[in-house]
Design a protein around this ligand. Structure first.
Ligand code: ADP
Ligand code: MG
Length: 270
């Protein structure tokens, strides 16, 4: 691909926290993201919705640098994520660059994947100690503060197997936050939970939106929740953004036929 058209760095005057610039991702002949352009501003909460297979998870996986892209460039805080500058040109990022850039991004998945042999507290201390090199006492203080924030301080010495799904997910959120990311990604974090515990997890996310200046990108099936807390809704269809708007506008007056169909279908499923 020709990278000469992409800036080495975004100018101060136009520097969103995240920018996807013409990003294409394919698996064989299947185009999963089709020349995607997406900006997320500092402190913005963007919800991604759309049918299964439309590329929602792929967008998050690209940001976590779990996959390489086929075309385009992703920038984080103005700096290339998928690429790096060498001899005044953009070249594909090497592992060291990815590791450095990843530090600013945290992610929670549908399946929380806590370390099963560690307590809630140890789960939240592991990354800060092993990856960031924080002294144990400092990592512990940080972990305890976050476990208190998600309402799990009473259970800090429990192993994941002794916790409910909602409790495990709250620990997983605390664990991600313990790395002090500037961007948080959530992928259907309530989809695997029993209905009665969904609220305790959405409550934590509401709190993050209200009290922190994190930039967040959330994939969700919960339309009411997305409408409540998002600054913007992005509707994905076949690897492209079919429509995006502020929640009120998006849900009350969707412009595109595909969006209207999707919203009717999820409403009927309720
Ligand atoms: P969503 O999260 O919107 O349901 P995904 O981003 O997970 O969708 O997937 C988009 C498309 O990419 C789907 O058709 C999926 O089957 C395909 N896909 C995802 N990961 C892979 C992979 N590792 N290999 C091949 N196809 C994949
Ligand atoms: Mg998905």
């Amino acid at each position: 691909m020709d990278l000469s058209a992409y800036p080495l760095e975004l100018p101060e005057s136009d520097r969103p926290m995240v920018r996807f610039m013409n990003v294409t991702k394919s698996y064989g002949s299947l185009v999963v993201l089709d020349s995607l352009n997406l900006d997320i501003q500092r402190g913005e909460m963007v919800s991604v919705i759309g049918p299964s297979g439309s590329g929602k998870t792929t967008v998050l996986r690209m940001l976590m640098t779990l996959e390489t892209i086929n075309d385009g460039v992703i920038y984080v805080d103005g700096k290339p994520l998928t690429h790096m500058v060498r001899n005044g040109r953009l070249v594909p990022a090497d592992e060291a660059h990815l590791r450095r850039m990843r530090a600013s991004i945290g992610m929670c998945f549908q399946h929380f994947n806590l370390f099963p042999h560690m307590t809630a507290l140890q789960n939240c201390m592991e990354g800060p100690v092993q990856v960031l090199g924080l002294p144990k006492a400092e990592a512990r203080a940080r972990a305890e503060e976050l476990l208190a924030m998600v309402g799990m301080i009473d259970k800090k010495d429990q192993h994941p197997s002794r916790l409910s799904g909602g409790q495990q997910q709250r620990v997983a959120i605390a664990r991600a936050l313990a790395m002090r990311p500037r961007i948080m990604l959530f992928d259907e974090v309530t989809s695997a939970l029993d209905p009665e515990v969904i609220g305790e997890v959405t409550q934590v996310i509401r709190k993050l939106v209200a009290e922190h200046d994190l930039t967040m990108l959330m994939v969700t099936h919960q339309m009411g929740f997305a409408r409540d807390i998002s600054d913007r809704i992005c509707f994905f269809y076949k690897g492209r953004i079919e429509e995006q708007a502020a929640p009120e506008q998006f849900f009350t007056n969707p412009q595109r036929e595909r969006t209207q169909q999707f919203l009717r279908a999820v409403k009927d499923a309720d």
